[in-house]
Ligand binder design. Structure first.
Ligand SMILES: [Zn+2]
Length: 194
């Protein structure tokens, strides 16, 4: 999970490297959430605490982004006010939570790892903050690409049952740690070059 979070944040920061700090914060936060949210569907295949940790790791940074927006970068709140607003946020937030709760009852690596799941969650984020949707989806895509590398099939085309797998490595392999290390170095470098 830390690999997914780090890769997501790294992707978000990379996509916003030439943009103002507000966008980097939005990009990093939403791409990180997009990077981890899919695995809220682990169910029986993972630890019981995993969905709680993923929920916290998604809501926490979102709350921090809001507080930072109020306190340090009012541009974030202004952007939200101009492009979204309370009604859209409630609608998007409700769709997002309902989709996750529904996805948690589906098998691991099915709905929440599919194009359909990405489209619905991406749409929900678009309602909350349009500019964030692309970064969020980039995070989700990075998650699915990482999952495709190993042996457990991903149901990309859910509700079709056929799973896809590139069979390049095992889940808990050294590869995962190398990618984690690479993205942490990437995050530090991207923050440094800003
Ligand atoms: Zn996954």
């Amino acid at each position: 999970m830390s690999t997914h979070a780090a890769v997501g944040a790294c992707v978000g920061l990379a996509l916003t490297v030439n943009q103002p700090a507000e966008y980097a914060l939005i990009g990093g936060t939403f791409a990180m959430i997009g990077g981890i949210i899919s695995d809220i569907d682990v169910g029986e295949t993972g630890k019981k605490t995993t969905p709680i940790i993923i929920g916290g790791l998604s809501l926490g940074p979102f709350a921090i982004l809001f507080i930072v927006g109020v306190g340090v970068f009012p541009g974030i709140i202004e952007l939200w006010r101009l492009s979204s607003g309370l009604l859209r946020t409630i609608a998007g937030g409700t769709i997002f939570c309902a989709t996750c709760l529904w996805g948690m009852r589906k098998p691991h690596r099915s709905f929440l790892h599919s194009f359909l799941g990405m489209a619905i969650l991406g749409g929900a984020v678009y309602l909350v903050l349009p500019v964030a949707a692309g970064y969020f989806l980039a995070g989700m895509v990075s998650h699915v690409i990482l999952d495709l590398l190993n042996y457990r099939p991903v149901q990309l085309f859910y509700p079709l049952e056929k799973g896809v797998s590139l069979r390049l490595c095992y889940s808990k392999s050294r590869v995962s740690n190398v990618i984690l290390l690479g993205s942490v170095v990437g995050i530090v470098a991207l923050l440094f070059v800003r």
